[in-house]
Design a protein around this ligand. Structure first.
Ligand SMILES: [Zn+2]
Length: 328
């Protein structure tokens, strides 16, 4: 069975045909976002782009009558999009009835709309209970129990990135607008970059002194504001002491959240995806070490050792997951 799948990202849409676990005919389209358009225009342009992308594929694969779309923001069970900071920038004035609008224009097609991380979780189903965590510009999660993604009808689960990190008082305002020092502002790629820039500028502290001796100091001409997440990941993997200090610090709040989730729901496996974590071996190493140092009640050392695993190192989670979600 062929399924037309689409992963809507903040910069690009990717559309493809999914069949028997594989993707083909992948096409990239630019996402209309708040930099250029208002809310009403973005909604119209997204629907139009999805319809023309589907129609184009339908003209080739005439027997295809399923369309599965994943979106970077909360989506209700009815396929209503509640928002997306990367596409709309601010809170939506009105809900985006994406599934209904697609169904109205494609009456003979079965349409499905879901959150992108929910879709990604489907890719890992069939191997017991797990929690999927993405570490990229922010942090998000989905818990999967008995081959079901746990989501409330309004699609509001999976926001561990917006928990205020225990014991950290840096006063960093979160982009969600509801508090400070949220885990997503510390343990994400963007968070690690932010903390490195701040620590590097504090010359009298232990971290500040390490920055003076760091390879990054030379690379940034002494200006910590020039540090990027990519530079930090590379330096940490090459043994740079300052970069490792920052990553040790930044992974602690995520390690605490994993310990709590594991204890609360006896989750044996945490699958990590997302650009930053998967491109920095030291990040994964520090995360596991922080979890082991904390310890988890009811889990043996061996179980903790096997608990954190890397997801597939590609960009196809949304597309493949959106296909699997409607194929099963
Ligand atoms: Zn937040």
């Amino acid at each position: 069975m062929k399924i037309c799948v689409c992963d809507i990202g903040g910069t690009n849409f990717r559309m493809a045909v999914f069949e028997n676990g594989s993707l083909y005919d992948v096409k990239k389209i630019k996402t209309p976002n708040f930099y250029l358009y208002n809310e009403k225009e973005i909604k119209r342009l997204i629907v139009d782009a999805l319809i023309s992308g589907f129609t184009e594929k339908k003209n080739i694969y005439t027997d295809m009558n399923r369309f599965s779309v994943c979106f970077p923001g909360p989506v209700t069970q009815e396929g209503e999009v509640l928002g997306s900071s990367v596409i709309f920038g601010t809170t939506l004035k009105e809900r985006f009835f994406l599934k209904r609008e697609l169904e109205e224009r494609l009456p003979d097609v079965t349409v499905s709309v879901m959150n992108d991380l929910t879709a990604a979780a489907y890719r890992y189903m069939g191997n017991g209970n797990f929690c999927l965590i993405t570490v990229s510009s922010g942090i998000g999660n989905k818990v999967c129990i008995d081959d079901r993604v746990i989501i409330d009808p309004e699609g509001r689960t999976g926001e561990i990135g917006h928990y205020s990190a225990d014991g950290i008082e840096l006063g960093i305002e979160c982009t969600c607008g509801t508090g400070k020092d949220h885990v997503g502002m510390i343990a994400s790629g963007r968070g690690v970059e932010l903390i490195a820039r701040r620590f590097g500028s504090e010359k009298e502290t232990e971290a500040g002194k390490l920055f003076l001796k760091s390879a990054l100091y030379v690379g940034c001409c002494g200006d910590s504001l020039q540090i990027t997440a990519e530079m930090l990941a590379r330096a940490a993997d090459n043994g740079d002491v300052f970069s490792r200090y920052v990553i040790d610090f930044c992974t602690k709040p995520l390690a605490s959240e994993i310990c709590l989730l594991a204890i609360a729901m006896h989750i044996p496996k945490f699958i990590i995806i997302g650009g930053f974590a998967l491109h920095c071996e030291y990040y994964m190493e520090a995360l596991v070490r922080n979890i082991k140092e904390k310890g988890i009640y009811n889990f043996t050392d061996t179980e903790i050792e096997k608990m954190i695993v890397c997801g597939v190192r590609d960009d196809d989670h949304g597309l493949i997951g959106a296909g699997i979600a409607v194929a099963i």
